[in-house]
Design a protein around this ligand. Structure first.
Ligand code: ATP
Ligand code: MG
Length: 332
């Protein structure tokens, strides 16, 4: 085990112990009111999940949907979104492959807590050293979720478009309902390779002008490459800043880009905690707002009714503030 892996392991161990003590502290402080509201929605979700559990591990639709998660600008939340959407889809009962196309700078394994289990990658599959099934890392929590790292040590330019196409073809022939491809930052070769065999795209942006301009460029490139089914995920939204006119609203961002809205994810410090623990937000017992927003976006991907639709009803407090960016229906 490398020194870095050991550091990650010990950091994870300390997070695990601090989480149990902080949760008991939280109980003592009686932060029950907010949890109660969130849990109301979580309970609804749990019902859906329970129904879906029995459906896991089988291909549900007959065709595989290959969705590339991309952005243009780096660091806006592609990997966080891929991990959370993939996990949510698995919890909804779909069979999901997450492809880490950020070659050389892979992160998805860390976010999913699977970093110690990367033995083979897609490159070994292509070189005939192992079977696809051996390179797919099945999540222990949800066996219908699998991660496929493309490469452990190569640079982007070592992986050709043909390589990516072959990998995607192999995955499409396997038993997956969804393939989510976590794209590298930028619009160079890594991006072109990552989108080459996808039929759908999720463009992630933050409500900042630099990210929006890059998202616009990416949306154009996707269209030019024949990917017409494109949806927008606005990440790191802050209701307080929107209220003070310090941040563009989700509606403004969506109108600037002219791409249908898949969802909006609030800024949430729990994202950092969940990354450090290797547990996507959507696995938390008490979902935070960002976790709910990811679950909501996942349901919209499969065209299910938005389970947060009743947020249209007058609500008090934080739910009222975030109503606009959760309920994207009228923006589509
Ligand atoms: N909703 C959020 N709230 C708070 N922090 C977030 C949120 N989404 C992402 N982050 C943080 O932003 C940083 C970048 O996220 P992430 O790695 O998912 O972006 P990326 O687009 O994949 O980056 P890259 O282009 O480098 O691959 C991370 O530190 C992550 O924890
Ligand atoms: Mg990333």
């Amino acid at each position: 085990m490398s020194a870095l892996s050991q550091c990650i392991q010990s950091a994870r161990a300390s997070y695990a112990s601090s989480s149990s003590s902080s949760s008991s502290l939280k109980n003592k402080r009686g932060a029950r009111c907010r949890s109660k509201k969130i849990n109301h929605h979580h309970r609804k979700l749990t019902t859906i999940i329970t129904r879906a559990e029995g459906e896991s591990n089988r291909k549900t639709s007959g065709t595989t949907r290959a969705v590339v998660v991309t952005s243009g600008k780096g660091g806006v939340g592609k990997t966080t979104s891929s991990a959370n959407l993939g996990m949510s889809m698995a919890r909804l009962g779909y069979s999901v492959a997450l492809v880490d196309a950020d070659i050389g700078l892979r992160n998805l394994d860390l976010l999913l807590g699977l970093e110690n289990r990367v033995v083979y990658t897609a490159m070994e599959v292509l070189e005939g050293e192992c079977r696809l099934e051996q390179a797919l890392i099945r999540d222990k929590r949800w066996r219908n979720l699998a991660l496929l790292p493309i490469s452990k040590n190569r640079q982007r330019y070592n992986v050709t478009r043909d390589n990516m196409n072959t990998i995607l073809d192999l995955l499409k022939k396997s038993d997956f309902d969804f393939i989510f491809i976590d794209c590298p930052a930028g619009i160079d070769l890594g991006f072109i390779n990552a989108i080459s065999n996808a039929e759908e795209a999720i463009v992630v942006t933050t409500p900042e002008i630099t990210a929006i301009r890059d998202a616009d460029r990416v949306a154009g490139l996707l269209e030019a490459n024949g990917i017409l089914d494109v949806r927008l995920l606005v990440n790191r939204v802050r209701a307080d800043m929107i209220k003070n006119n310090d941040m563009m609203s989700v509606k403004d961002v969506q109108e600037m880009l002219g791409v249908p809205l898949l969802g909006a994810i609030p800024e949430d410090t729990e994202v950092i905690v969940s990354t450090n623990r290797g547990e996507p937000l959507v696995l938390k017992k008490k979902l935070t707002l960002a976790g709910i927003a990811y679950e909501n976006a996942a349901r919209r991907i499969v065209g299910k009714q938005d389970f947060l639709i009743d947020l249209d009803q007058p609500k008090k407090g934080i739910f009222q503030n975030i109503k606009e960016f959760f309920t994207g229906e009228d923006l589509d």
